[in-house]
Design a binder for this molecule. Structure first.
Ligand SMILES: NC(=O)c1ccc[n+]([C@@H]2O[C@H](COP(=O)([O-])OP(=O)(O)OC[C@H]3O[C@@H](n4cnc5c(N)ncnc54)[C@H](O)[C@@H]3O)[C@@H](O)[C@H]2O)c1
Length: 262
């Protein structure tokens, strides 16, 4: 084992769904800087990633994908796998809760519930299922994305008097994603595929950070006393996708500044 290269992703073909999003784009940067070729599967691929390192940037390939549609996923994964028919690492970042209406358990309708469940665990299930044929027997890795709300409930006092809320289908879909990860770790081990999840804590987007009352409340909830920034996630993703974690499968790493530990 060459320990100086144990986190390297050199020569790997990675797929990152939602790679144009707030958190996904930073993961993509981290992966190409570590040597991977990254296929970004996203609905909105106009939002391109710019990097100072142009050689690394040239290893980012964009394929427009609708993760709500199995045929679209099949097409995009086939493109990413290329002639070798091989994908080494998959990161399922994308999520979509639907219309963005912040409804509560008392007034959420069936359609909105279903949209959020499909936009979390549904996206992840379909992508993993379709990726398996390209990942068998090449020491491949899958990292799914949970959330702090996969393991604990949102505190309504954090949201009180702000325009924000966390919907009941979100945490339910993310808890399902963490459990699905363990299921896949168990059943795909026979193909040498390792499957883990990363659960981010509070990583509010820039426009949400402008609400300083809300931002301060989120920060106060953590042991480290601050919100998370996209770069805080990259290390866990690289760890779980590289040889550094070659005996690790079925775990869920909390990247939450300690929020769920007290
Ligand atoms: N930001 C946070 O605080 C936070 C906290 C915990 C977990 N997470 C999770 O991290 C992941 C990324 O979050 P984010 O904040 O970067 O979200 P984001 O909304 O910025 O990015 C999501 C990406 O998914 C893409 N997408 C949506 N629907 C799609 C579809 N049908 N087909 C293909 N692509 C589609 C969007 O175009 C977007 O680029 C999500 O799974 C989210 O639930 C985020």
């Amino acid at each position: 084992m060459n320990y100086s290269k144990m986190f390297s992703l050199e020569g790997k073909t990675s797929v990152v769904t939602g790679g144009c999003g707030y958190l996904g784009r930073e993961i993509v940067k981290g992966f190409v800087e570590n040597g991977a070729i990254v296929y970004v599967l996203d609905y909105n691929i106009d939002n391109k990633i710019e990097m100072e390192d142009k050689i690394a940037e040239s290893r980012i390939k964009y394929i427009q994908c609708d993760l709500g549609n199995t045929e679209s996923i099949k097409f995009c994964l086939r493109e990413a796998a290329g002639e070798k028919g091989k994908i080494d690492s998959l990161i399922t970042m994308a999520a979509n809760l639907g219309a963005g209406v912040m409804t509560t358990v008392e007034d959420m309708d069936d359609a909105y519930w279903q949209k959020g469940i499909d936009g979390t665990i549904g996206f992840t299930f379909r992508t993993v299922r379709e990726a398996i044929p390209y990942m068998k027997n090449n020491n491949a890795t899958i990292v799914n994305i949970g959330s702090l709300y996969a393991v604990g409930a949102p505190d309504p006092r954090t949201y009180f008097d702000t325009p924000f809320n966390s919907t009941p289908n979100y945490g339910a879909g993310k808890a399902a994603t963490v459990e699905f990860t363990k299921y896949c770790a168990s059943y795909l081990a026979k193909y040498g595929i390792r499957v883990n999840s990363v659960s981010p804590g509070s990583f509010p987007h820039e426009n949400v950070q402008e609400n300083t009352l809300f931002k301060d409340r989120l920060a106060y909830k953590t042991m480290l006393g601050r919100i998370g920034y996209p770069e805080d996630l990259v290390g866990a993703m690289i760890y779980l996708s590289s040889d550094a974690s070659k005996y690790v499968t079925g775990i869920n790493i909390m990247v939450d500044g300690g929020q769920t530990a007290w």
